[in-house]
Design a protein around this ligand. Structure first.
Ligand SMILES: Nc1nc2c(ncn2[C@@H]2O[C@H](COP(=O)(O)OP(=O)(O)OP(=O)(O)O)[C@@H](O)[C@H]2O)c(=O)[nH]1
Length: 743
């Protein structure tokens, strides 16, 4: 009985327990021939087949994930007998251990009792902890044919970072005890907001089913439309991409945009249907949607649950089998493409790059082709996922280098690295320059912080290649910078990073897009700052940027979305049904209307179900005017905006009213006016604080009273001409905030 039990052990019980016992299981498994993992009471028919009907589904998934990891653990450590998954049933998962002599294995019983499992688990703590690999083990050189470089792309929140976590965990790249959710999102801001902002690279070692060890370089990418520039850069460093689609939500706007980016880069795309553990997941419908909308063949699509760790091995196998290996160009002269970099206060600029050809070693002097600067490499390594030094990197690999590079401009993203003094090579194509869509002024609250702000922006630009800036002076705000961003979220993130990482206190002006201003003499100037708009008499007309926006929404919300787009001067282009329940709405509308709170409105009107994606389609002429705000007769430049003539009155009213509320009363009357050129379109005034000069005049002659009042009025007038209105910081911020909403 005992021998049979050992040959055919079986775990029955609480699935959480089963999953926890996996290290023990692995130690025991080596002693058995066939082991079944049971999830008692699981009602599903086939694990990966269909939509789950009960919470027990999750339990079965946990069991499976534990089981897959056991197999991998054995395979990776070159155990004589690698267990093989032979059956995944409705209630049990079966493994075989070929050629292992059967011995009695305590803790495993054909009936499987909870106590046994607990004992098993306790022993496992001492016996079978899966050890982390040593650095050497992680970095040994592998032939190019066994390197795979891939990205994970998806719509926002479809589970890229969670999938990356599971891949790191499954391959033992990160120890279980060090694992935390969204491991690669290492910026505080990313973790707080639960979004990926920066691309992140990680190198994994994986022993595939064919018994070979592969190096997998993973680049996790952000999903928000504002960070698509990060996605395009990471894709250029890869040969394949995992397209993650939430099986409960289906194809979303950013899924499409990212697929097109991947296709432009000729990448092999592997569709992965994630979140199959969710009760609402509909894998078949999702596959059909991908085929119909995206046009990808989904016969090889993988069903997975990044949260439960299911399907992870299938994904790794698919990467090995389907993503092409890089070209073997180790013999050619060294060329590498910089895809990211950041500034380290102690080591200078750290450059992340993909080796395209040849090899590079510690001590080599490298040349950055664009800047022409040369540096000796002090440190060379791979991201595993923390930086791990190596002696050399070869064609096809992804790594980092540092060489006391102090000037941030010397090693820019997109530049080609070569070895100094060697045969000249042609630079790699690099990346298209990011085109900022939104501009705003950034000013330090404390004028002394201006040099710090410049320094911080330079360093941040290194890490955020889409950020553009140039100095700007404003009469009201002093010295600052005009900065360009890819969108509002990008702007917010940069502001927060500057304040947190560089300890700056900033004022940020209302965002503006870039206008094409045609002068009367035929010349054209690009204006991104309303304060610089030429006077009305010098202008012939203004053109503003237009975007084509695609919104994917459940059909119930079509009405509210159409209303939203129409209110924002949108022109309807088309509407098509993706499935019976969801459709795509396409509009063309001014970028200026999109970069305000369009996204928030879209989410709130559709209870968060709709998604959007947009791209620039060109410039169109419109009736645009510059709206100025005068406080006490003085124009306030930072509050000037460019708005459509039809909206100018409404915006002017709102802004003047808000300023009236916020500016404290002075000893004299303060007029606040919104003007277009010389024409005042809205005005408010803040009454003066007055002393009652007639208080002591009981009765008496009227001329006496008049004299006192006249004297007071004269005093106020003098005060007004000398007086300067200090707009408090909070008032300024509040008005800018309002401006962002109403313009
Ligand atoms: N139920 C379930 N939830 C999941 C699964 N994968 C991810 N999630 C959840 O989905 C949310 C978003 O996951 P992320 O991994 O941050 O998504 P992302 O695509 O990296 O998001 P961005 O980086 O912001 O684009 C998190 O709350 C995850 O816990 C899954 O397989 N099942």
């Amino acid at each position: 009985m005992a021998a049979t039990a050992a040959r055919h052990g079986s775990f029955v019980g609480n699935s959480r327990l089963l999953s926890d016992t996996h290290p023990s299981t692995s130690s025991r498994l080596r002693d058995c021939e066939t082991v079944s993992l049971h999830s008692k009471g699981c009602r599903r028919k086939n694990v990966c087949d269909d939509v789950p009907s009960s919470s027990l589904w999750g339990q079965q998934l946990e069991v499976l994930s534990a089981a897959q990891r056991i197999v991998h653990w054995h395979r990776e450590r070159g155990c004589a007998a690698v267990p093989r998954l032979v059956a995944r049933g409705s209630q049990q998962t079966q493994f075989t251990f070929p050629g292992v002599p059967s011995v009695e294995s305590e803790g495993l019983s054909s009936q499987g009792r909870r106590g046994d499992l607990l004992r098993c688990n306790a022993q496992a703590q001492q016996v079978a902890r899966i050890p982390a690999r040593t650095p050497d083990e992680k970095c040994e050189k592998v032939p190019v044919s066994r390197i795979r470089n891939f990205s994970i792309i998806a719509h926002i929140d479809h589970g890229k970072s969670t999938l990356a976590d599971r891949l790191l965990q499954f391959t033992g790249t990160v120890e279980d005890r060090l694992m935390k959710g969204q491991f690669l999102d290492n910026m505080d801001l990313e973790r707080e907001r639960g979004i990926t902002i920066k691309l992140q690279a990680a190198r994994m070692k994986y022993v595939a089913a064919d018994g070979e060890t592969y190096v997998l370089n993973l680049i996790d990418t952000p999903g928000h439309v504002d960070f698509s520039y990060e996605v395009s850069r990471s894709l250029a460093a890869c040969e394949g991409a995992l397209l993650v689609v939430d099986a409960a939500q289906g194809v979303e706007a950013q899924t499409l945009a990212n697929v097109y980016l991947a296709l432009e880069n000729n990448l092999e795309i592997i569709p992965v249907l994630n979140k199959i553990d969710l009760p609402g997941a509909d894998a078949e419908a999702c596959k059909k949607e991908i085929e119909d909308v995206v046009g990808l063949d989904t016969s090889g699509a993988i069903l997975c649950s990044a949260k439960e760790g299911i399907g992870i091995e299938d994904i790794l196998e698919a990467i090995v089998a389907r993503v092409p290996a890089p070209r073997d160009t180790t013999k050619e002269p060294f060329r590498a493409l910089i895809f990211d970099s950041y500034y380290d206060a102690y080591r200078g600029v750290i450059v992340y790059f993909r080796v395209m050809d040849g090899e590079v070693r510690v001590g080599d002097t490298v040349r950055f082709m664009n800047s022409g600067k040369e540096y000796e490499i002090d440190d060379l390594g791979v991201m595993a996922p923390n930086q791990l030094p190596v002696k050399a990197l070869y064609a096809g690999e992804v790594g980092f280098l540092s060489g006391s590079i102090r000037a941030v401009a010397d090693a820019r993203v997109g530049d080609t690295i070569t070895i100094a003094g060697k045969r000249a090579v042609t630079p790699l194509p690099g990346y298209e320059q990011a085109v900022p869509m939104v501009f705003c002024g950034l000013f330090p609250v404390d004028a002394d912080q201006f040099p710090d702000l410049r320094d911080a922006l330079e360093k941040l630009q290194l890490n955020d290649a889409a950020l553009k800036f140039e100095p700007e002076t404003s009469s009201a705000m002093g010295f600052g910078f005009r900065c360009g961003f890819l969108g509002l979220l990008h702007m917010e993130i940069v502001q927060e990073r500057l304040e947190r990482e560089y300890n700056l206190n900033l004022i940020i002006t209302a965002p503006s897009v870039v206008y094409k201003v045609h002068s009367a003499d035929g010349s054209v100037v690009m204006v991104d700052n309303p304060a610089q708009l030429p006077a009305a008499e010098k202008r012939a007309f203004i053109e503003e940027p237009y975007v084509r926006i695609s919104m994917i929404t459940p059909k119930d919300f079509v009405g509210p979305l159409m209303e939203l787009a129409q209110n924002r001067r949108g022109e309807f282009t088309e509407m098509k049904y993706i499935t019976e329940a969801r459709c795509e709405l396409v509009y063309e509308l001014p970028l200026g209307e999109v970069v305000t709170d369009f996204f928030d409105q879209l989410k709130s009107r559709t209870k968060g179900y709709a998604s959007m994606e947009y791209h620039l389609i060109g410039y169109r002429r419109n009736e645009l005017v510059r709206l100025d705000l005068n406080i006490n007769g003085e124009p306030c430049d930072p509050l000037a905006t460019i708005v459509h003539r039809d909206k100018a009155y409404q915006v002017g009213r709102a802004l003047t009213e808000k300023l009236k509320e916020l500016i404290p009363r002075q000893m004299f009357k303060i007029p606040i006016q919104a003007t277009i050129g010389a024409k005042v379109i809205a005005s408010e005034s803040i009454a003066a604080m007055r002393k009652d000069v007639l208080a002591k005049c009981y009765g008496g002659d009227i001329s006496r009273k008049k004299k006192l009042l006249k004297k007071q009025a004269e005093g106020k007038k003098r005060m007004k001409s000398l007086g300067k209105v200090d707009v408090p910081q909070e008032a300024f911020m509040a008005v800018l905030q309002l401006e962002r909403q109403v313009t």
